[in-house]
Ligand binder design. Structure first.
Ligand code: GAR
Length: 211
């Protein structure tokens, strides 16, 4: 029997929502002790919102405000209010294309997890799969990390490698990375919910990929 109270999470995403769907399926299939209280997007038409509604989850479009890469002050307050009202204790970023800063990050300090489509610290920022192709690496992958003040710099919880093929286009490489993401992210979130991961500064312990 599961001995943990479910971890009350919000999932934040700006796009297709394949990581959200993988998490939601893993919760149902594997009984992860995770309770998705809320799905929020900064993009009104993002498929992640439709996926959430189809699955019976509360889904909110919250406008990001005036800036292109972060939330403005008014938006940040609205996000915080929605998260508080839903009793959220942990944030899961799943393709949320804005940098979290200020009060929102402080409130959830050490309790925000992100997935990034490269083997960090290589290729932080946007279009990481394109950066990998342009650089000419032979192996890339995905990284699950805690979010800190920097851009893709927080403590690394888990990584999965993906080979780069000579025939890869940006789309085929990203798709193979996303297959890895959909396996890795739910299992790390499950380990977080079971309090199996310890964090000491940059060093983290407790997640075994089992591969
Ligand atoms: C994923 O590949 C994720 O790693 C990436 O956005 C995609 C979202 O896909 N995130 C970033 O690049 C963050 N810097 P999804 O909406 O299908 O889950």
């Amino acid at each position: 029997m599961e001995q943990f109270q479910p971890l009350r999470v919000a999932v934040l995403g700006s796009g297709r929502g394949t990581n959200f769907v993988a998490l939601s399926e893993a919760i149902q299939r594997d009984g992860l002790p995770v309770d998705v209280r809320l799905v929020i997007s900064d993009v009104e038409t993002a498929p992640i919102l439709a996926h959430a509604r189809e699955r019976g989850d509360t889904a909110l479009y919250l406008p990001p405000g005036a800036f292109r890469t972060k939330l403005d002050e008014v938006a940040e307050a609205a996000y915080l209010q929605a998260l508080d009202e839903a009793g959220v204790e942990f944030l899961v970023l799943a393709g949320f294309m804005r940098i979290l800063k200020g009060p929102l990050l402080h409130r959830f300090s050490g309790r925000v997890v992100n997935i990034h489509p490269s083997l960090l610290p290589a290729f932080p920022g946007l279009n990481a799969w394109q950066q990998a192709l342009d650089y000419g690496v032979k192996v890339t992958g995905c990284t699950v990390h805690l979010v800190d003040e920097g851009v893709d710099t927080g403590p690394i919880l888990a990584q999965r490698a993906v080979p780069v093929l000579d025939t890869d286009t940006p789309a085929t490489l990203h798709e193979r990375i996303q297959v890895a993401e959909r396996e890795l992210y739910p299992s790390v979130i499950g380990a977080l919910a079971r309090r199996q991961i310890q964090v000491r500064g940059r060093l983290t312990r407790g997640f075994s990929d089992g591969r």
